[in-house]
Design a protein around this ligand. Structure first.
Ligand code: F3S
Length: 423
């Protein structure tokens, strides 16, 4: 290999190390070259001057429902080139529980194609744990660490709550980062883009998980891709934090927020320069006051009353969230279906603690590997869903064709027990 090289694309100078140059020239094979071409192309588009090494990757675009035959073929052909990931890499949720799909009623035709997608990722050396909360199953980046994650809620959590650094990667760009171990140095990898650009003053109580989702829904709509700085938001610190997980997921769904700060809570909020010039004053035009969450509850609710499914675990549930549903059920049987989606490892922990048995005794399920938004829910017979997830409530109508009731965890549990939504 020769020395470092500088590639000039228009006015942009992207400096590559000797190893990166070798990847780009095809010395490490056509599959690696293709990956490096993607990384370099993104660097070119975003004006990066260098690449940086990433410590982990999380790949999205896993459900066969979204990928289709074209996506599966793209993955398979790339895997056929013998490429392997260079850094620990996990997957976003699939369109079904990879083990219990048959008993849950997933169609055989869908299941076989979904399993083929997973098998293609396995050939890359990807750890095929399928979850949107990799930080709940041991992939916890350190503050300042560079990663390349794709799932929007996980990106938000990594940047904001853990203080790690990632842009919101797409499916192919995340896989390219995994194969090369690199991403281009732009966006949220750089100090100058991590300051807040929208001050948010919270002037109303924000208490429950669904309140945090409602707040995130409202702020995401207003913020777009700006970086909010919350003032007046009281959260008990301690990780993992389901409230911050929910807040970030909602902002990433209704807007494109990939980083936020909460005064006195998140790791970069106390940086002296955290508020970009012109955004520090609550009287500035770049400030938002939230004093009522009801508009979010109104926007996320349809007027349906019969409930087919109560869905918890969006983003994927932690142990304490599963325990909360068990507590609220109090041993009662459900009339509607009740699903809690979680990472398989979290499900195993829940099983060890007797929580899965308790949920199943009530007629519910703790479902691993999957997300209802990217699953063939109508084919399973579901038409209406109750959920305490603002992200789920945002996406389920448009992506899964379901009517949604959005409310507290307790309201959703009651809807599962009675089969009817009550305000
Ligand atoms: Fe996760 Fe799906 Fe919700 S990916 S955040 S369970 S929409």
């Amino acid at each position: 290999m020769g020395g470092a090289a500088t590639f000039i694309f228009g006015a942009v100078m992207l400096r590559l190390s000797a190893e990166e140059q070798a990847m780009l020239s095809g010395e490490l094979g056509p599959g690696v070259r293709k990956a490096m071409e993607i990384v370099v192309a993104l660097g070119q588009i975003y004006g990066a001057s260098r690449l940086i090494e990433v410590e982990s990757v999380q790949v999205a675009g896993v459900s066969y429902r979204n990928l289709g035959e074209a996506g599966l073929e793209f993955l398979s052909r790339w895997a056929d080139q013998g490429v392997r990931v260079r850094v620990p890499t996990t997957l976003n949720p699939a369109g079904m529980d990879l083990r219990a799909w048959r008993e849950l009623g997933f169609p055989e035709s869908f299941a076989q194609r979904q399993l083929a997608v997973i098998e293609a990722f396995q050939r890359f050396g990807v750890h095929t744990t399928c979850t949107c909360t990799p930080y709940l199953v041991g992939n916890v980046p350190h503050p300042g660490e560079h990663v390349a994650w794709a799932e929007s809620s996980a990106v938000s959590y990594a940047n904001s709550v853990l203080g790690a650094r990632t842009n919101r990667e797409g499916g192919p760009s995340a896989l390219a980062a995994a194969i090369t171990g690199r991403t281009a140095a732009y966006g949220l990898h750089l100090d100058e883009n991590r300051s807040a650009t929208l001050r948010v003053d919270v002037h109303c109580p924000v208490q429950s998980l669904s309140d945090f989702g409602a707040l995130g829904y409202l702020v995401g709509k207003a913020a777009g891709n700006r970086v909010p700085y919350f003032v007046g938001l009281e959260i008990e610190a301690g990780l993992p934090c389901p409230y911050l997980k929910t807040l970030g997921a909602a902002m990433a769904a209704s807007g494109a927020v990939a980083l936020y700060h909460v005064a006195g809570v998140t790791p970069e909020a106390d940086r002296p320069d955290v508020l970009a010039p012109g955004h520090a004053d609550s009287a500035s035009p770049q400030a938002l006051v939230v004093d009522d969450l009801q508009p979010a509850y109104a926007a996320l609710n349809s007027d349906v009353r019969e409930i087919d499914l109560a869905w918890f675990g969006c983003p994927h549930a932690g142990l304490e969230e599963i325990a909360e549903v068990v507590r609220l059920l109090g041993g009662r049987r459900v009339r509607a279906a009740l699903w809690i989606t979680a990472a398989r490892e979290v499900r195993q922990q829940a099983q060890a603690e007797g929580l899965v048995t308790a949920i199943e005794a009530s007629g519910g399920r703790v479902v691993a590997d999957m997300c209802a938004v990217v699953a063939p829910m109508q084919e399973l017979g579901f038409r209406t869903v109750a959920t305490p997830s603002a992200k789920g409530a945002t996406y389920l109508p448009s992506h899964a064709g379901l009517l949604v009731r959005y409310g507290t965890v307790a309201q959703c549990v009651e809807a599962a027990v009675s089969g009817v939504w009550r305000d």
